[in-house]
Design a protein around this ligand. Structure first.
Ligand SMILES: Cc1cc2nc3c(=O)[nH]c(=O)nc-3n(C[C@H](O)[C@H](O)[C@H](O)COP(=O)(O)OP(=O)(O)OC[C@H]3O[C@@H](n4cnc5c(N)ncnc54)[C@H](O)[C@@H]3O)c2cc1C
Ligand code: SF4
Ligand code: SF4
Ligand code: FES
Length: 623
């Protein structure tokens, strides 16, 4: 059953909010002022928001960002309001909608994603101007705006959300990377830092503003939340519209309780609503693994992560921390059916053979009230398509994407393309592409000194090369550093065996016991003799992949320092079970020390004492 998340290991306690009363089909419900209608309804346990026209089938939240229309309801008499992006208001009357509904007379088009009506006539013809217009305030758009403004251009930044940051605003995990890329910082904090920079530079930020059309010029059609519409003529346009989630169809996939993993993330981390208690995650790429971990942090249980491929798709460190929580990751498995009448009550999964066919008799039922789909992303190319930009097909970039040169310039020399729209990738790469696009667009208008423009573009290009380096390949799994007892003061055990572009472990270590070197994709190397046991590496590693083992405190015992991002934080003296890398109970364990977060959002460290012979197995703790 969905419910409100009142306390959270990263986000803290649910902030106070004014309560308002909304009416669902006449029944009064309490809601937090400003939250989306659909979040309020889910928090109240109401999952069915709409019924289909022909078969009267139930529909619920699917995307949570205003893209799919599954949450359309009739609000204060107006049908087809996307309730996942429309804030509640005191006294609002919401009705479960059947079918498509119809618009009031005189309204020309559908409601915008935040529920505003797009008017026509004089208001729609009012024109504004910008030297550089940036559509999308995710990491790519924010960095594009920053660099264009730094070069001296007049910049307008538009985004349909009322908060800037794009995907970053719901990323509560700490990012990989180097100090150039905010390594170890949580995604939402990166978004805030970029926004602060944008504000200092005087960028004209327009939120929430939907860009509903793009026409040669380039001219943009924009609509604000107040229902105002205007045209915007830009001398240079940077499209940074990001990507949206893909879905996969199977019997029952339209039931409320089947949703995109990103939707679950939005509900949990932005709106503080847990969309389900027991979850099946479909897909083990980074999105599936990260959202599975975040669901656990928010208090859900994960029945399983299923993956059609023979191996996990995302980084092993992400998979390992999900496994340590006892979650099975079932490769060569898929979801076959979602069970339930009005909402998901279970799922059928099955095993696939080498040819991808279902193994007869392998089907089994799981209890679940939420099925999350993490099966890929698709670039948001609608505006690029309206501008008739030349497109190219590249499966490594996410399919059909706008063609562009090394300065992020599209086939239309006035239009630039940056971030996930140009290639599904990572925030760190999106930021660099944004920097290039921003500088190049400003330079095309004569802003910035040539030397400085080229320096910024070349440096960003070099950083992209490093980030895109041979990250998966490598020299094979290095020998695991083991704790051998004896005279060692402390042994850092670094369970990070892939070439991730990341180095906070090296930056955190004051003695040089852990080194990554100049290539951030190199595997960390460890010199245990240099380790003083300060534990800084344990809380600094965004992959939660470092454990420090040392002798004591009692004879025959060893202690293991583990990163901790759960509630509750145990106290020294707490007794429990030490668990292995698959979350299985290994032995008795006692908490000997707790290093709580020194500031909000920091990882805690918990030090356990166990029988020394289990020191190389225990990696978790169950109270
Ligand atoms: C679960 C998850 C975990 C991730 N973890 C990491 C990680 O650990 N490290 C990492 O580097 N990356 C991570 N990423 C990837 C990263 O978030 C994306 O690569 C990055 O956000 C892409 O940036 P962007 O600016 O191109 O697009 P986005 O961040 O998607 O921003 C695009 C913005 O444009 C807006 N927009 C789109 N169309 C319009 C329109 N017509 N009008 C107005 N506004 C519009 C959107 O609403 C959005 O705000 C993760 C992604 C997900 C989903
Ligand atoms: S415990 Fe301290 S000294 Fe040892 S490897 Fe970690 S950061 Fe370095
Ligand atoms: S061990 Fe180092 S390289 Fe690996 S995830 Fe942790 S901080 Fe990054
Ligand atoms: S539009 Fe609201 S859930 Fe997709």
């Amino acid at each position: 059953m969905p419910r409100r998340i009142t306390s959270h290991p990263v986000l803290g306690k649910l902030p106070q909010a004014e309560l308002v009363t909304i009416y669902l089909d006449g029944e009064p419900l309490a809601a937090r002022e400003g939250e989306p209608i659909a979040a309020a309804l889910l928090a109240a346990g109401r999952r069915v928001l709409r019924r289909s026209e022909k078969l009267n089938e139930p529909r619920g939240v699917f995307c949570a960002i205003g893209r799919c229309t599954d949450c359309a309801m009739t609000v204060d008499g107006r049908p087809n309001v996307r309730t996942c992006v429309t804030p509640v208001r005191d006294g609002m009357r919401i009705e479960t909608q059947r079918g498509l509904g119809s618009f009031p007379a005189g309204v020309a088009s559908a409601a915008s994603p935040m529920g505003a009506v797009v008017p026509t006539g004089e208001a729609a013809r009012a024109t504004q101007r910008a030297e550089v217009a940036v559509v999308g305030a995710g990491p790519a758009g924010l960095c594009a705006a920053i660099e264009a403004a730094k070069a001296g251009a007049q910049v307008m930044l538009l985004d349909e959300n009322d908060r800037p940051g794009g995907q970053l605003v719901k990323q509560i995990h700490r990012f990989f990377g180097t100090s150039d890329h905010h390594a170890g910082v949580r995604g939402y904090e990166i978004g805030q830092r970029l926004l602060d920079e944008v504000r200092v530079l005087g960028v004209d930020v327009r939120l929430p503003t939907v860009v509903w059309g793009a026409f040669p010029g380039p001219v943009l059609g924009c609509a604000t939340a107040e229902g105002e519409s205007h045209a915007l003529t830009a001398e240079r346009l940077i499209l940074a519209t990001g990507a949206s989630e893909l879905a996969v169809a199977f019997p029952g996939w339209t039931l409320p309780g089947v949703m995109g993993a990103g939707a679950a993330q939005t509900l949990m981390n932005l709106h503080r609503v847990l969309p389900g208690e027991r979850v099946l995650m479909v897909g083990s790429g980074n999105v599936g693994l990260i959202v599975a971990f975040q669901l656990l942090q928010a208090g859900a249980r994960i029945a399983a992560v299923v993956e059609v491929a023979p191996q996990v798709g995302g980084w092993e460190v992400h998979a390992d921390r999900v496994r340590r929580a006892g979650v099975p990751i079932l490769t060569q498995h898929t979801v076959i059916e979602a069970l339930g009448k009005d909402h998901v009550t279970g799922a059928v999964i099955g095993q696939l053979d080498e040819g991808g066919e279902l193994r007869p008799g392998s089907e089994r039922r799981l209890r679940a009230d939420l099925i999350c789909l993490a099966v890929g992303l698709r670039p948001q190319t609608q505006l690029a398509g309206m501008l008739d930009l030349e497109m190219t097909h590249d499966p490594r970039r996410g399919g059909r994407v706008p063609a562009r040169d090394e300065r992020m310039r599209s086939s239309d020399e006035r239009v630039y393309v940056a971030g996930d729209l140009g290639a599904i990738s990572e925030a760190s790469i999106a930021m660099e592409e944004g920097r290039i696009a921003g500088r190049a667009a400003a330079a095309a208008l004569g802003y910035g000194e040539d030397g400085e423009t080229e320096r910024v573009i070349e440096e960003a290009g070099r950083r992209i090369e490093v980030l895109q380096g041979d990250v998966r390949g490598g020299e094979g799994r290095p020998r695991r550093i083991m704790f051998t007892g004896g005279a060692a003061r402390a042994t850092p055990v670094v369970e990070c065996y892939q070439r991730i572009p990341c180095d906070p472990c090296e930056a955190a270590c004051p003695t040089g016991a852990i080194r990554v070197g100049p290539d951030p994709t190199a595997l960390p190397t460890v010199e245990p003799a240099r380790c003083t046991g300060c534990l800084r590496c344990v809380w600094a590693c965004p992959g939660m992949a470092i454990f420090v083992v040392r002798p004591g405190p009692e004879p025959g015992e060893a202690t293991i320092a583990i990163p901790w991002e759960w509630l509750p934080l145990p106290k020294a003296g707490t007794m429990g079970r030490g668990c292995d890398r698959a979350g299985r109970s290994v032995c008795k364990a006692r908490v000997v020390r707790v290093l709580p977060p020194r500031e909000a959002g920091q990882t805690a460290v918990v030090e356990l004492a166990v029988n020394a012979r289990h020191a190389n197995r225990v990696r978790g703790f169950m109270m």
